[in-house]
Design a protein around this ligand. Sequence first.
Ligand SMILES: *Cc1c(COP(=O)(O)O)cnc(C)c1O
Length: 383
Amino acid sequence: MKHATYGVNTICTHAGEVEDTQFKGAVSPIYMATSYEFMDVNTKRYPRYFNTPNQEGLSKKIAALEQAEAALVFSSGMAALSAMFFAILKSGDHVVVQNTLYGGASHFIREEFPKYGIQFTFTDGYEPADFEKAIQSNTKLIHIETPSNPLLTITNIQAIANLGKAHNILTSIDNTFASPINQNPLNFGIDLVMHSATKYLGGHSDISAGALAGSQAQIDAIWHVAKNFGGNLSDMTVWLLERSIKTLGLRVKAQTKNAKKIAKYLEKHADIKKVYYPGLKSHPQHALAKSQMRGFGAMMSFELRAGLDALQFQKELKLIKASMSLAGVESTILSPYLTSHALLSQEERDLLGINNQLMRFSVGIESKKDLLADIEQALKTIQ
Ligand SMILES: *Cc1c(COP(=O)(O)O)cnc(C)c1O
């Protein structure tokens, strides 16, 4: 399928389909084989080589969604990220990483890089100048995440791509929060895009997977390292993920629409002190978000006013689940200070602006009126 001319929902539905030549079924057959013919064939297939028919098909779909030449599918977001880091960085190299990074990625860097002699600097902030001043003569990679977790700060993707090019440094982005539906960073000149496919790409809170997308040359280079680490995804799950992505465009658009309306509602609410959502005009980087995102996504955070108990609030919610993780079709909410940022001290959290009143809200596809009614009844109960 030539995807360049197709719309995003056509890509979601059809790109990378594995043709059922035998029975002409409407969906990709699943090839579970771990052993393939080796004589007189062009491709030596093996699951850990990331080249079974289903892996290749799904990689094409994800590449098409990110408007990339190539992609690889992994067993988790962290498997994708670690393969990318270790493919680019070696002992003596330095990497600049955004301070407000996903917790797992931040732990990975702090705990693993020192063992391999890889140096790193977490930026002071998310302005381009914060990244520029962290660059050293041995810097090989700049890694960003926008919108960030949990305060939805926006990093200027174009400025970071330009900075990388000016200094001959590769740039990468964790595009999980926006999803390829709302943001395509390669179009701004970023070299590599990473996804935790456990989130929006999967979308039903039942798949662990990850992905990388970029130029054929970059993906080939990462493949050589990835096959040694062995973080490939089982073909059964590859097939499930392919099925999930068929509705990615519909899901994310519905979630984004819900989120925008709910953010506007909460912003005016007397019991809500502050709402963090890039789609609000009050967001300090609303204009920047608008310049690089197609939609503002379905992740937001908000603070209850002083005197209301945020944990009690979450316990009183009946429809919205207080649970870890995000991006499923069901709405979920959590307290970052008890979950993603629990390992930080109170002072460190204060510095980041993560207080005990703050909740991160992953908006699902439920009817907006039911989500708002649930929030209202919980607020009323805890007064
Ligand atoms: C969940 C998540 C990851 C890690 O992905 P896993 O699939 O859990 O390994 C990385 N980045 C972001 C932004 C995430 O939300």
